[in-house]
Design a protein around this ligand. Structure first.
Ligand code: DI6
Ligand code: FE
Length: 398
């Protein structure tokens, strides 16, 4: 069979089956941007236009960061200093800082400025082998500013060779114009913002922040019903700072993922297991907020809830642009295994975006998105801190 590129003499972590699907003497063949073979050498007989001998390097699927807030104006370094001096994240938020401070900076920025300021963050992820990134809005909090943010997110995918999926997070915080009327703001999102954003095709999913400083489960349920009327899948920031039983609402709506989950209880785990909702763990936010409550990883594992791992890159609780560090923190802080960390940024992250048919594993028919690593064993990707062993990143076979 004639193929475009053949990578041979490689070790593969295919992510197929349980574990990470190791193939010790493997090869990957690509044609027209897709994988046509990934498995043991010699496998099928290929004639390739280009053959690359990887000298025993490891190939994983291109990494997927399935939860980021890459698009935002400004930064919150001053709040970081306030927190170092003793203020809590919730105190700062209630005093008009936090998400609303970033909202002001985001509203003040043009679409082009939002793109330019996000590119260095995106480039940091790309440099670590990320080939797909999810980007949320949620710092505009008006129709025009949310649409601007989502257009900026889509533009990132045109400025760089990376897959971008967009998530509308209008229900991230209550903007000042709606102070005291969260129900009114949710109705406005359902009746005006979401229809406008859906009509322009700007969002691939809808998310909300279910929290005392965010929105109640009842409000989230109204939003999710509206999202489903527009045919959009849903995700939820749930049980991050307290247990409002948001994961149950997410599960009831067949959410792709529920994210954070430090305060998730047994009933929430069971609901997620029943609905097939992915648990996206965000150890960067756990670390930055100095959370001590651990997500119920043992219970999630026992219930068979697939776990994803992401950076949550945002200016407040996770100013982190390293997916490798997110894996390290998931292992060290949350006790995920090496295999769980790797599945968390590949196959399970693909599921959290509803893209499991296109990316996330090394399998024929999937996009040929690869990360090629200068390592001897996969654990090195997770064990080192601040070290990047990426040899090469391949997207769509190139
Ligand atoms: N949870 C978070 O950790 C981020 N958003 C959310 O809903 C924080 C966003 C911020 O502080 O800017
Ligand atoms: Fe987030």
């Amino acid at each position: 069979m004639l193929c475009g590129t053949l990578w041979r003499n490689a070790r593969l972590a295919t992510m197929v089956g349980a574990g990470i699907g190791v193939v010790e003497d493997g090869m990957v063949a690509a044609k027209d941007g897709r994988i046509v073979y990934a498995g043991p050498s010699p496998g099928a007989v290929f004639t390739a236009e280009c053959t690359v001998d990887l000298g025993g390097r490891w190939i994983t699927p291109g990494l997927i960061d399935c939860h980021t807030h890459l698009i935002h104006g400004g930064d919150r370094a001053a709040e970081f200093e306030q927190r170092l001096a003793g203020a809590s994240y919730e105190e700062i938020a209630r005093a008009g800082g936090g998400i609303v401070a970033t909202m002001r900076a985001t509203r003040a920025a043009s679409e082009a400025e939002l793109v330019e300021s996000a590119l260095p963050r995106l480039d940091a992820l790309i440099a670590e082998g990320v080939t797909t990134v999810e980007v949320k809005s949620g710092y505009g909090l008006s129709t025009a500013d949310e649409a601007k943010s989502l257009r900026a997110a889509r533009a990132l995918g045109m400025r760089r060779d990376v897959g971008v999926t967009t998530t509308f997070l209008g229900a991230h915080a209550l903007p000042p114009e709606w102070a005291g009327d969260a129900d009114g703001y949710i109705a406005h999102i359902c009746d005006a913002m979401l229809p406008a954003i859906a009509a322009e095709g700007l969002a691939d999913a809808v998310d909300a922040f279910c929290e005392g400083i965010g929105f109640s489960p009842e409000q989230v349920a109204r939003l999710f019903a509206a999202a489903q009327r527009h045919g959009l899948p849903v995700k939820l920031h749930a049980e991050q700072l307290s247990n409002l039983h948001g994961a149950r609402i997410a599960a009831q709506h067949g959410a792709l993922s529920a994210d954070h989950l430090e305060w998730l209880d047994a009933a929430g785990v069971a609901a997620m297991a029943a609905s097939g909702t992915i648990a996206t763990l965000l150890p960067g936010a756990f670390y930055v907020t100095r959370e001590t409550k651990l997500p119920p990883v043992d219970a999630l594992r026992a219930a068979g809830v697939p776990m994803a791992v992401a950076t949550d890159c945002n200016p407040g609780t996770s100013p982190m642009t390293s997916i490798l560090l997110a894996m390290n923190m998931a292992a060290t802080c949350f006790r995920l295994t090496v295999d769980e960390c790797l599945r968390g940024v590949t196959v399970n992250a693909a599921c959290a975006l509803g893209l499991q048919d296109r990316i996330g594993t090394l399998e024929p028919g999937k996009a040929c998105d690869l990360a090629i690593w200068d390592i001897e064993r996969p654990a090195e990707l997770i064990y080192r801190i601040g070290f990047n062993p990426l040899h090469q990143r391949i997207r769509n076979g190139r």
